[in-house]
Ligand binder design. Structure first.
Ligand SMILES: [Fe+2]
Length: 144
């Protein structure tokens, strides 16, 4: 510090330190990005994916976008968990069941055909067409 009074530089610093940091987007590798994005959008009840260059984006309510792109190499299986309301859980879980998708109460797939009630809410796991592990929960881990 120079010992000079804090003026513009402190205001600029304060503005940046107060600005929240939010996840904006992430890339999801897929064998068929269009179909995979449509699968997720359909199950979550989101708008149809938006194409942006090589990506097919699925936007969530908190403005995070999952950008599906063609995988050129072997896929690394990832995990994506979505916090939903109780009503949304009913709707999404209903779509999972209507499509006769396999689902589990746990990420290790040891409890098939059932859901969990962790943290006083509900949760369930299923896979997307690439094998990515998808999850919906009505309470954040730890109850938050
Ligand atoms: Fe999870």
């Amino acid at each position: 510090m120079t010992g000079r009074p804090c003026r513009r530089s402190c205001r600029v610093l304060a503005r940046y330190t107060l600005m929240p940091i939010e996840l904006n987007h992430t890339i999801v590798h897929a064998r068929d990005p269009q179909a995979s994005a449509a699968f997720l959008a359909d199950l979550l009840g989101r708008d149809a994916p938006i194409r942006f260059g090589p990506f097919y984006g699925v936007e969530l309510d908190n403005r995070v976008t999952l950008d599906f792109i063609q995988a050129d190499q072997e896929l690394t299986i990832e995990h994506y968990a979505f916090l939903v309301s109780e009503e949304e859980f009913d709707q999404i879980f209903g779509r999972i069941q209507a499509r006769k998708l396999a689902y589990w109460a746990d990420p290790a797939h040891k409890q098939p055909g059932t859901i969990n009630h962790h943290d006083g809410g509900r949760g369930v796991y299923w896979n997307d067409p690439n094998g990515h592990y998808l999850e919906i929960i009505t309470r954040p881990y730890g109850g938050g």
